[in-house]
Ligand binder design. Structure first.
Ligand SMILES: *Cc1c(COP(=O)(O)O)cnc(C)c1O
Length: 375
C-alpha cells in the first residue's frame, strides 16, 4: 500500500526535545522558539514572526489584527481549507467567496474585482499547492481600496513570487507545520507580520492579551491584561521538533522537488493526449512541491480514478469541497455558483507525495494512472 502522506522525521527530533527538557523551560517562547524565529527571519527576510500552535491559530491572530467587525466584508477563495474562513467568521465578518482562476485553484483577480464593495476590509490570498497567487495586482487593489491582505501561506513554505518569499508580501501571513505540510511539527504554525503597525499588538494577542513579551524584555515593569488574546504559543517541545526539520529544509525540499518532477515527466503524456492536466506553475511563481495533482475530465472520472488507485493499493485523494457549497455556509446564504472552484472540487486528484517516497513508488503510481487512461 502506498499511503498519501507519511510524516518525515530527520532523526534529530528526540535529541532536541531532550535538550528542551534539560533546559527546564517547556512552555513557549524559549530557546528553540527563538532559534526557529531567527531561522525564518534570516532565511526569508521576514521582519516579525511568531510561532503558533497551528496555521489556524495564526489565521485567527491575523483576523483579530485586521480588526474586522460584523458588517465588514472579507474576500477569500471558496476553494480553500475551512480555517481560512473560520478565522474571519469568528470575528463576525461577512465572508465573500471568490472564484478560482480558470487555470489554477488560486483566487481569480477578476473575481476579486467584481466583489470589492465599500464594506470590503480584507482580501485573503491562499497559495494553493505552494504556488503563488498573482500578488502584484492583489496588492494594487489593496492600495486602491485601502484594504489589508492576509496570505494563507499554509502550504507555501520556501516558495516565491517574483523572487520574493511567499508570506512576505501581504500585511500578514500564516504558515502551517501540520504533519501533512512540507515542514512539520505534528501540529504547528507561524504568523508573519510584515506591516510594523501590527507588531506590538501581534505579540500581545499571542500572549493571552498581556504585555508579557515586553515585560520579559524589560520594556515595562509589570505585565497586565491590555487587549484581547488567547493561548497561541506552541510549547518548546513543538519548537524543538520544528528546529530539527528546519535544519533539514534544503534536503526535504530537494527530495520533494525531485519526486514532483518525476510525476510531471512520467505523466506529461496525459496532457499531450488531452486526457488530464497537471499543475500549472505561472512564470511569476516557483513550485515548492507541496502537492502534485491531476485535473480529470469531470467528476465521474475523478471518482473512477480514485477507485482505480485504491484497487491498486495507492491512496490518491481529492481536495477541498468549495466552501460556498458547504452546509454551514448554505444554511443562511443563497446558493451561488463559482464555476472554477466547483470544477477543482470535482475534478482534482492528489497523488502520494512525501519525503520518503521512492522513485520506484512514484513510477508505480504513475503507471497505475497511465493504466487507468489506457496509455
Ligand atoms: C493546512 C492548511 C491550513 C490549516 O493549517 P493547520 O496548521 O492545520 O491549522 C489552513 N489553510 C490552508 C490553505 C491549509 O492548507
Amino acid at each position: 500500500m502506498i499511503g498519501f502522506n507519511k510524516p518525515y522525521h530527520t532523526g534529530k527530533e528526540i535529541e532536541y526535545i531532550q535538550h528542551a527538557i534539560q533546559l527546564e523551560k517547556l512552555s513557549g517562547n524559549g530557546f528553540f522558539t527563538h532559534k526557529c524565529h531567527a531561522f525564518f527571519k534570516k532565511q526569508y527576510q521576514f521582519k516579525k514572526v511568531l510561532l503558533t500552535q497551528s496555521c489556524t491559530a495564526a489565521l485567527e491572530m491575523a483576523a483579530i489584527l485586521t480588526d474586522v467587525k460584523p458588517g465588514d466584508e472579507v474576500i477569500l477563495p471558496s476553494y480553500t481549507f475551512v480555517s481560512t474562513a473560520n478565522a474571519f467568521a469568528l470575528r463576525g465578518a461577512k465572508l465573500v467567496f471568490a472564484d478560482s482562476s480558470r487555470f489554477h485553484p488560486n483566487i481569480s483577480i477578476d473575481s476579486i474585482k467584481k466583489l470589492i464593495s465599500k464594506k470590503t476590509k480584507v482580501i485573503v490570498a491562499v497559495h494553493y499547492a505552494g504556488i503563488a497567487c498573482d500578488m502584484d495586482p492583489i496588492m494594487e487593489l489593496a492600495v486602491k481600496h485601502n484594504l489589508l491582505v492576509v496570505e494563507d501561506a499554509a502550504q507555501a513554505i520556501d516558495s516565491f513570487y517574483k523572487n520574493r518569499p511567499l508570506g512576505s508580501i501581504g500585511h500578514l501571513a500564516a504558515f502551517s507545520f501540520h504533519e501533512t505540510k512540507n515542514i512539520s511539527s505534528g501540529e504547528g504554525g507561524m504568523l508573519v507580520v510584515n506591516d510594523e503597525r501590527f507588531e506590538k499588538r501581534a505579540e500581545i494577542i499571542w500572549e493571552k492579551g498581556t504585555n508579557r513579551s515586553a515585560f520579559f524584555r524589560g520594556e515595562v515593569d509589570k505585565y497586565s491584561w491590555v487587549d484581547i488574546g488567547s493561548s497561541y504559543l506552541p510549547s518548546e517541545i513543538t519548537a524543538a521538533f520544528l528546529w530539527a526539520q528546519l535544519e533539514k529544509i534544503e534536503f526535504i525540499q530537494r527530495k520533494r522537488k525531485q519526486l514532483w518532477a518525476s510525476y510531471r515527466d512520467q505523466l506529461a503524456v496525459l496532457e499531450e493526449n488531452g486526457l488530464a492536466t497537471s499543475p500549472v506553475v505561472p512564470d511569476y511563481a516557483t513550485n515548492n512541491a507541496h502537492i502534485f495533482y491531476l485535473l480529470t475530465k469531470d467528476h465521474q472520472q475523478q471518482l473512477d480514478l480514485l477507485k482505480h488507485m485504491r484497487l491498486n493499493q495507492i491512496q490518491a485523494i481529492f481536495h477541498y469541497l468549495p466552501l460556498h457549497l458547504s452546509p454551514f455556509y448554505t444554511k443562511d446564504h443563497k446558493a451561488k455558483s463559482l464555476t472554477h472552484a466547483e470544477r477543482f472540487g470535482k475534478a482534482l486528484v492528489r497523488l502520494p507525495l512525501y519525503c520518503e517516497l521512492t522513485q520506484r513508488q512514484v513510477k508505480k503510481v504513475a503507471d497505475a494512472v497511465k493504466e487507468f487512461y489506457g496509455i
